[in-house]
Design a protein around this ligand. Structure first.
Ligand code: NAI
Ligand code: MG
Length: 329
């Protein structure tokens, strides 16, 4: 029995979460869900985007499923606060094609690993007489643990190459540390190809020659941007899952946000949330059930009979989920 913290959030978060929990309940794995609150509606009710209780529930759980939250102007982001509180330093964002999904490339399978605790997301901004500044923090310690994570991930998942992405030609000190640390860490790993590239060139090569990448490891903002680009290559945000991993906790969430333009219509694509649950099952070492759920989704995507509008279909979230349920039974 695993204790799973469930944070649906707001907007399309609760819509994709609901159907994902229904699918998880069918699997041969015993999950005990504890719901907790975060986001915009939570702020309206309680005055905070993420109550301390939510952080405690996530901290004590074996894993956390997170939907999506709308940013409240002037308030700290619930998900950023949670990543920080649980020290979820590694953000794992697969870029994987599924057969039948309209996409730029039909055969991609790479992973972007984004440093999740510092960089330009340190939240240190300051007004100055001329405007404002934001502090981009890179520490050797954080660079080292994310690079180690990337190489370990490559080793465990049988991937052959790790590429560090940075802008060390301009950000000489900060990204200089990131790049040097990457090569220092690499000395402890044999048999994995490695190289490094500038982020601007990487943004282009992701479009023109994405097969040159296998595992990308990069700093916070670059990883955020490149992973949305990656999602665009394989069918869009509705299909992009992610894992946030720390020493003690794992949190799994779609890359997308709360989709305010489609929220409440029941047409959000549940795939990204379902694939995040697949990543959670793998994290819990329930690999067989993870594979079973991914296969059921993949078949529904390939058959293309019940797909949400973002995938070119005209089905509702619930109809697509029912089709996946059918494959599981
Ligand atoms: P978004 O990801 O919510 O939406 C971008 C576009 O993709 C929209 O057109 C949306 O309809 C579409 N889309 C996203 N997920 C989809 C799905 N599952 N099925 C079908 N279409 C989907 O990003 P946006 O509009 O920039 O941000 C909306 C709100 O979400 C903002 O308040 C933002 O701060 C927040 N946000 C929250 C995140 C989180 O909770 N981790 C991550 C990103 C944004
Ligand atoms: Mg993002």
């Amino acid at each position: 029995m695993y204790d799973i913290a469930v944070i649906p959030g707001d907007g399309i978060g609760p819509e994709v979460m609901e159907v994902t929990l229904e699918l998880l309940n069918i699997l041969d794995v015993s999950l005990n869900f504890t719901e907790a609150h975060a986001g915009c509606e939570c702020y309206d009710r309680t005055g905070t985007t993420i109550p301390e209780e939510t952080i405690q529930i996530a901290r004590q759980a074996d894993a956390t499923l997170f939907g999506a939250v709308t940013t409240v102007p002037g308030q700290r982001s619930g998900i950023l606060a949670l990543r920080k509180a649980l020290d979820l330093y590694a953000n794992v964002r697969p870029v994987k094609s599924y057969p039948g999904v309209p996409s730029v490339y039909g055969d991609l399978n790479m992973v972007i690993i984004r440093e999740n605790t510092e960089g330009l997301y340190s939240g240190m901004e300051e007004e100055t007489p001329e405007g404002a500044t934001a502090l981009r923090v890179i520490t050797e310690q954080a660079a080292e643990r994310i690079c180690k994570f990337a190489f370990d991930y490559a080793k465990i998942t049988g991937r052959g190459k790790v590429t560090a992405v940075h802008k060390a030609n301009v950000l000489k000190k900060t990204d200089g540390i990131f790049k040097d640390t990457f090569y220092n860490v690499a000395r402890n790993y044999q048999g994995i190809e490695l190289d490094d590239r500038y982020v601007d060139a990487t943004a282009m090569f992701l479009i023109t020659k994405p097969h040159m990448f296998d595992v990308i490891v990069t700093t916070n903002l670059f990883g955020d941007i490149l992973s949305d680009e990656g999602a665009g290559l394989v069918g869009g945000l509705g299909l992009a899952p992610s894992a946030n991993i720390g020493e003690k906790n794992g949190l799994f969430e779609p890359v997308h946000g709360s989709g305010p333009d489609i929220a409440g219509q029941g047409i959000s694509n549940p795939s990204a949330m379902i694939l995040s649950a697949v990543m959670m099952l793998n994290y819990l070492k329930e690999n067989g059930e993870a594979q079973r759920l991914e296969k059921a989704l993949s078949e529904v995507l390939n058959e293309a009979k019940r797909l949400t509008p973002d995938l070119g279909g005209n089905s509702k979230t619930a109809d697509m989920a029912r089709e996946i349920k059918g494959k599981l039974h």
